[in-house]
Design a binder for this molecule. Sequence first.
Ligand code: ADP
Length: 396
Amino acid sequence: MLTLGLTGGIGAGKSTVAGRLARLGAEIVDADVIAREVVQPGTEGLAEVVEAFGAQVLLPDGTLDRPGLARIVFGSSAQRERLNAILHPRIAARTAQLLATLPAEAVAVYDMPLLVENRLGDGYHLVVVVDAAEDVRVRRLTGRGLDPADARARIAAQADDAARRAAADVWLDNSGSPEALHETVDRLWRERILPFAANLQARRRAPRPDRVSVQQPAADWPRQADRLLARVRRAAGDAVLRADHTGSTAVPGLPAKDIVDLQLVLADLAVADRLQSRLEDAGFARLPGAWRDQGPDGQPLEKRLYAACDPGRPVHLHVRVADGPAWRDQLMFRDWLRGHPAERDGYAAVKLAAQGADIDTYLERKSPWIVAALSRARAWAVGSGWTPDNPGPEPG
Ligand code: ADP
């Protein structure tokens, strides 16, 4: 099942987007509703909260005094943790119960106000953030009856724009009309969410173009890679030895195909194959057939290759084994390119010359340059004392 995390600052239009997605066929899971359900009168959850914080957290009618409880936990992280230890497992259990009733082809949308604040993005296939300028949001909230100063205070207490941008796979700007927002949501549903859900269910990669298109570097590539790596790490759990952004999109200033390369290093191929279903559940489809890197002496080094089910974000996930040289070479080559702008530009020229070719021709054309460059990079790595954990200067 495809899961989508939907969030946005208060007044941005999150509920409006959730409503539209529901009309299109999504199943909405409302985090606020669940958070209230697990502490309704008569629940074990409420009994535990009272045991932990005293009967003072109850209103005369026996319901939870939420503002009162909020005041108690506000200044104390220990108290907050205590409360979360009661609530979070119950919220998770209730959510799982709701999801279990949905068919595999469903699209579940988690309406989650604090997704960014609580860093929950890696739990979803896609994070959608709704945004509008602060003044617009204040105006809309005031129209809904909120005092303007109150509206501004609430906005200030939430995640800032940079944190939201970093968490967003999809950024929905709701500065315009409701009709414009609906149109954008409809297109997102049709062009990305539905095909992603179908690919995920079929364990199939999103289709890719026949012809290579090398584009100018996108400033956002590293952040996209970070979000994807968080999902990979979560899926692979304790088995992860390393997970990194590799390939051309990891080299600032280098034109590249719009495919984010990720590398996951595991102990061996048996571990990799045990993880297949978890990686596929996370949205990466294993590509059939045998995949090999070439080692320093030309020897074949077996790996597994996955590609994203998401048609909106092409990804290759290379799963390499710890005791071979291939994973180190990938990091070394990336770091060498990062530190050698002239080499990077030389590589760019070779790629751009093969612009528009079919993929095999493209690989054939750039291969001689790469083989030669790899030996220069290896010499540099030996001379400079490069290691994967000591890569030299940070990319600028
Ligand atoms: P949130 O759930 O993010 O707090 P809502 O979806 O409830 O935000 O939107 C806040 C208010 O603004 C609501 O009254 C809503 O009807 C209104 N609204 C949402 N989008 C627009 C828009 N594009 N133009 C005008 N009003 C809007």
